[in-house]
Design a protein around this ligand. Structure first.
Ligand code: PGA
Length: 246
C-alpha cells in the first residue's frame, strides 16, 4: 500500500513572514491520511523547517556540486544544515526557463539521495509534444534519463511527479484518464528499468491545476499516489481544503 503524498509548490512566492502565516494556519491540520508538504523558496526554508511540526518542507532545487564556483546556486550541505529532507527536481519551469536537462536532474537526484534528501522528480510533456502524440515517448525518456544509474532501493523511496506542461498554472487540468494513463506509464517505465518491486513502491504524483474540488477524483485512480500543487497551495484556506478532501 503506497501512502498518498501531497506537496504544494510555492515557486517564487512568499517571504518569510508569509511562510510563517501559512504554517500557522495549515500545519496543525495535516492528518495521517497522507504525507503533506510544501516546496518553498530557498530564503523561506529555515523559517518553514522551524515552523513545520507536521508538514514536510522541500527545497525547489539544489546544485549537484558539493561547493565551489557556482554563483547563485545552493548546495546539498546548505540544505542539510537547516534540516531540509526533500527537494523538487526538474520542474518544468526549471527545464523551460533555466535549461535544465534530464542529465542535470539525474546528477542532482544522485547527490540528494546520497545525503538522505528525498527527490521529487518532475516529468511531463509540453503542449506541442502532447498534440504530436509524443507523451509516452517523452515521459519514458525523461523517467529513464532522470533515474539513470540510481539503485532500485533508492528509486523505490523517491517520488515522481507527472506534470503535463500544458496543465500547469493554466487552469486546464488533464482529464483523470490522461493523468491515470500517464502515471501508469511512468510506473511501467520504472518497472522496465528497476523491476516490479520498485515499481510497486515508487509514489507517482499528478500535477497541473489540482484544486480542492478535483483532487479526490485524481486520488481515486490506481496509479496516482498524490499531487504536486502550485496555485492552490498558496493560500491557507485552499491548502486546508485539499487536506479536507483527502
Ligand atoms: P499548478 O502548478 O497547480 O498551479 O498548475 C503545479 C506545479 O507547477 O507544480
Amino acid at each position: 500500500m503506497r501512502k498518498p503524498i501531497i506537496f504544494g509548490n510555492w515557486k517564487m512566492n512568499k517571504t518569510n513572514a508569509q511562510a510563517q502565516v501559512f504554517f500557522d494556519g495549515v500545519d496543525a491540520f495535516a492528518n495521517d491520511k497522507a504525507d503533506y508538504g510544501v516546496a518553498v523558496p530557498f530564503t523561506a526554508l529555515a523559517t518553514s523547517v522551524n515552523a513545520a511540526k507536521n508538514l514536510h518542507v522541500a527545497a525547489e532545487n539544489v546544485h549537484w556540486a558539493a561547493n565551489g564556483a557556482y554563483t547563485g546556486e545552493i548546495s546539498i550541505e546548505m540544505l542539510q544544515e537547516i534540516g531540509v529532507k526533500w527537494v523538487v527536481l526538474g520542474h518544468s519551469e526549471r527545464r523551460q526557463y533555466f535549461n535544465e536537462t534530464d542529465a542535470d536532474v539525474n546528477k542532482k537526484a544522485a547527490v540528494a539521495i546520497e545525503a538522505g534528501i528525498t527527490p521529487i522528480v518532475c516529468v511531463g510533456e509540453t503542449l506541442f509534444e502532447f498534440e504530436a502524440d509524443k507523451t509516452e515517448e517523452v515521459v519514458r525518456k525523461q523517467v529513464a534519463g532522470c533515474l539513470s544509474g540510481l539503485k532500485g532501493d533508492d528509486v523505490a523511496n523517491l517520488v515522481i511527479a507527472y506534470e503535463p506542461v500544458w496543465a500547469i498554472g493554466t487552469g486546464k487540468s488533464a482529464t483523470v484518464e490522461i493523468a491515470q494513463n500517464t502515471c501508469a506509464l511512468v510506473r511501467d517505465e520504472v518497472r522496465n528499468l528497476f523491476g516490479g518491486d520498485v515499481a510497486d513502491k515508487v509514489r507517482v504524483q499528478y500535477g497541473g491545476s489540482v484544486k480542492p474540488d478535483n483532487i479526490a477524483e485524481y486520488m481515486s485512480q490506481e496509479d496516482i499516489d498524490g499531487a504536486l500543487i502550485g496555485g492552490a497551495s498558496l493560500e491557507v484556506d485552499s491548502f486546508k481544503a485539499i487536506i479536507d478532501a483527502m
